[in-house]
Ligand binder design. Sequence first.
Ligand SMILES: Cc1cc2nc3c(=O)[nH]c(=O)nc-3n(C[C@H](O)[C@H](O)[C@H](O)COP(=O)(O)OP(=O)(O)OC[C@H]3O[C@@H](n4cnc5c(N)ncnc54)[C@H](O)[C@@H]3O)c2cc1C
Length: 426
Amino acid sequence: MAKYDLIIIGGGPAGYAATVSALEAGMKVAVIEKERIGGVCVNFGCIPTKALLRFAALKKEGQDISYKDAVKQAERIADERSRSVIKLLESLGGRIISGKAVKVETGKVTVDSGEVIEGTNILIATGSAARKLPIAEYDDTHIITSKEALEMDSVPGNAVVVGTGATGIELATVWSRFGSSVTVLEMLPNIMGFDDSEISSEAVNAYEEQGIIIKTEVTVTEVKKAGEKVSVKYTDAAGQHEIITDRVLVAAGIIPVTEGMGLEELGMDIQRGSIQIDNNMRTNIEGIYAAGDVTGKMALAYVSSKQGKNAVAAMLGKPCDPIDYMMTPRCIFSAIEGSFVGPTEKQAKAMGLNVVAKKVPVVSFNGNYVGNISGIAKIVADAGSNKALGISIMGPDAADYIAAPALMISNGSGLSEVADVIRSGR
Ligand SMILES: Cc1cc2nc3c(=O)[nH]c(=O)nc-3n(C[C@H](O)[C@H](O)[C@H](O)COP(=O)(O)OP(=O)(O)OC[C@H]3O[C@@H](n4cnc5c(N)ncnc54)[C@H](O)[C@@H]3O)c2cc1C
C-alpha cells in the first residue's frame, strides 16, 4: 500500500496550491482528481469566463470573431493552464492519481480503481458544483448551468439568465455581446450583491444601455422545455408571467461537493452542506483538513489557494496567516463591474456597528467605450472615528478600482482619503 505524508482530494486551486506548498516543504504528496487538474477555476470557471469576456469586449469593439472561435480559444487557454499545473506538480515530485476518491477514513483514502492510499494527513479540496433548482428541468442543452454554457459553440438568439451573481452577469454579458437578446431574472430587490437601491438601479440602467434587460424581485416558478424552446414562468408584484426563449442559464449559486466519500459515516462535521473547519483548516476529524469551496467560506479561487496553503502550514506546525474573509476583495468582472471589500452598510449595521456611508462618483475613462456609463462607490465608515470600514464599487473597471481602497482600509485610512482616491479616476 502506497504511503504519503499528504493525500489531497481534488486538483483545483485549493488542492494544487496545497500540493505545491507541501512538495516544496519536502512532503510526499498524492493528489486524486476525478476530472481535470485545475478544477472548476481553470477548466470551467475563472479562466474560460475571463477569456470569453475578453473576446466579447473585442467583439463589442468591432473585431470579427465568432462565438465558436472564442469558445475554442477559451478552451485552449484553459487546457494550457491545466497542463502547466500538471507539469509543475510532477516536476516537484507529486503523484497525480486520475480517479475518484470514494472512501475517506482516518489515515487512508480509497480510489474508485480500488487502490487504497495511506497518508498521515488528508486534505479534502473537492470544491463545489452549480446549485440546481428543483423548479428547473435541466437537459444540458436548453436548460443549463455555467458548465454546459462554456461548452456551447453558438449563442442563443434569445436567452434568460436566472441570477445576477458573478456567473449570471458575466455570461449574460458574453452572450449579449455576441448577439443574443438576454433577459436576467433576479429574486432580490438589488442586483450583483449591492445593498444600495440607488447603486443597484444605476447598474440595471447601465445594463439596459448594453441591451440586457434585468428584472428584479421576481420569483421563477418553473423552467421547462416547450418543444424546441423553453418556457420560463415567474411571478412579480404584477402577477404571473411567462417568457418563451431559446435557452436558460440557471446561475443560482453553488453547493459544496461532500457526497460519495463516506464523510457522514466518518462523523465529519458538515453543516448546511459545508465541511466545518477551524482557522487552521482542521476538520473535527484528527489528521483531516479541508480547503476551498467545500468549506463554504468564500467561493473564490484565490481564497481557496490561500486556504490550501494554510492547511499545509498547519500540518507542518508552522504559523499560518489567518484569512480575514470580510477584508478579502470580491469582484464581478463584466461590462458593468461590481467590487466589494469590508462590510456593506447593511452588513455593518447587522454587526451592531455605528456607521456612516458616503457615495462618490467613479470616473472611468474606459466607461466611455461601454456607452458613457459612470460608476458609483459607497464607502462605509465608523461614525465616531470616520475610519473607513468597507466599500462597494459599481461601474466599468470597478474590479480594478478595489485594490487601493482595500489596502487603505486595512491600513486604517479615513473615509475622505478613500473617497479622494476613488474620485481621482483613471
Ligand atoms: C463560471 C465561474 C466563474 C468563476 N470566476 C471566478 C473568478 O473570476 N475569480 C475567482 O476567484 N473565482 C471564480 N470562480 C470560483 C472558482 O472557480 C472557485 O472558487 C474555485 O475553483 C474553488 O477551488 P477549489 O479548489 O475549492 O475547487 P474546484 O476548483 O471546484 O476543484 C475541486 C476539484 O475536486 C475534484 N473532485 C471533487 N470530488 C472528487 C473526488 N471524490 N475525487 C477526486 N476528485 C474530486 C473536482 O473534479 C475538481 O477538479 C468562478 C466559478 C465559476 C463557476
